[in-house]
Design a protein around this ligand. Structure first.
Ligand SMILES: [Zn+2]
Length: 361
């Protein structure tokens, strides 16, 4: 059952992320042509570990980024990292499977004997927390927003005993009743996404964060010894988003507050708050480097594209609402503009549908 579940996840994620893998290559090529001088001047990162499903590279001093390649395996699915000080080490992300989180521990041990202070989950979503068990097994503390464990229990643990076939019945019925082939295809993609989630929930042993950051603790500085990180709470993609800034190197781990070359997953989002976070990213120095939740290390140009997508979705929702179009119809009537056609939006409801719904509200 377990193997079958993982095989399904593997097949699905491979198709979902294939475009992104190709796009990374294209972006790397484009970055050679169009990169800002400051970024262009960066030395190519030193690769610490390349495991196929993810590659750990040194970005600066004690800062390592783990860039996932979902096309080669679902162990990480999300990006992460390791920040090494002389006294302590901070790991970033719980990833999708314990093997993904174990890679962060391995990377830390390759470069330092300093104790691991904690591992941080940027938000509660399954591809950032389902590997936490690797940390729990080694008694590594897990830091997250205070609402992360609550939502993990509500959205994942509570679904473990649920009859999944019954849960999917309304969506299956909707697919059967839909005559429009394009809409049918999108709904089938949505079903696949839900089934992937269900399989992951069935397979996971959850390990909950216990070092909790409240929204009131907006900025929390952690001195690792010779290098400091700032953990900030900024809801937008979910109510649980944390970012990790390393001010002395102008590096920010954004979690899923920044999407690279993809329509943002929006079902948990607050688009007004999210926009403010992206505008804050634009106010950072031009040399800033972002490690997004998925995709390659990027700069402010990715923030601008992310905002353009949000603006386009908002304009569509406003137009539809003014015309009195029912919500479900408005979701389907969105047309992906030519400049975003090769972006990832294979999960229509999780990305476009839910964004339109948020703007309708
Ligand atoms: Zn997410």
């Amino acid at each position: 059952m377990l193997i079958c579940g993982y095989r399904r996840i593997g097949t699905f994620t491979a198709s979902r992320f294939r475009k992104r893998t190709v796009q990374c290559n294209r972006r790397q090529f484009c970055s050679l042509l169009f990169a800002a001088p400051a970024v262009f001047a960066q030395k190519p990162p030193e690769i610490l570990i390349d495991r196929g499903f993810a590659r750990v590279s040194r970005l600066a001093g004690g800062v390592f980024a783990t860039i996932a390649d979902p096309g080669k395996g679902p162990q990480c699915l999300s990006n992460g990292g390791v920040i090494v000080g002389s006294e302590r080490i901070l790991l970033i992300e719980g990833h999708f499977q314990p093997a993904g989180a174990a890679l962060e521990i391995e990377a830390a041990r390759r470069v330092s004997k300093a104790p691991i202070l904690a591992a941080l989950n940027t938000h509660y979503h399954l591809d950032h927390t389902f590997g936490n068990q690797a940390y729990a097994a080694r008694r590594i503390a897990i830091i997250a927003h205070e609402r992360a464990p609550i939502l993990m229990r509500e959205r994942y643990a509570a679904l473990k005993p649920v009859d999944k076939a019954k849960r999917m019945a309304p969506l299956r019925n909707k697919i059967a009743a839909t005559t429009n082939p394009l809409e049918k295809k999108r709904l089938q993609g949505d079903l696949q996404a839900e089934q992937w989630t269900d399989s992951a929930i069935d397979a996971v042993t959850l390990a909950y964060p216990a070092e909790l950051v409240t929204s009131a603790q907006a900025h929390r500085k952690i001195d690792l010894g010779g290098i400091s990180v700032v953990v900030e709470s900024h809801a937008g993609h979910t109510p649980t988003d944390l970012i990790v800034r390393i001010p002395e190197h102008d590096i920010v781990f954004t979690g899923d507050l920044l999407f690279y070359h993809a329509y943002p997953v929006a079902f948990d989002s607050d688009p007004v708050a999210w926009r403010k976070v992206l505008e804050m990213f634009l106010a950072y120095p031009d040399r800033i480097r972002f490690i997004p939740g998925h995709g390659p290390v990027c700069g402010k140009e990715t923030v601008r594209v992310h905002l353009d997508i949000m603006d386009d979705l908002q304009a569509h929702a406003q137009k539809m609402q003014l015309a009195g179009i029912p919500l479900e119809e408005a979701k389907q009537r969105y047309i992906v503009p030519p400049r975003f056609r090769d972006f990832d939006y294979s999960w229509w409801e999780w990305t476009i549908g839910s964004a339109v719904e948020k703007y309708y509200r």
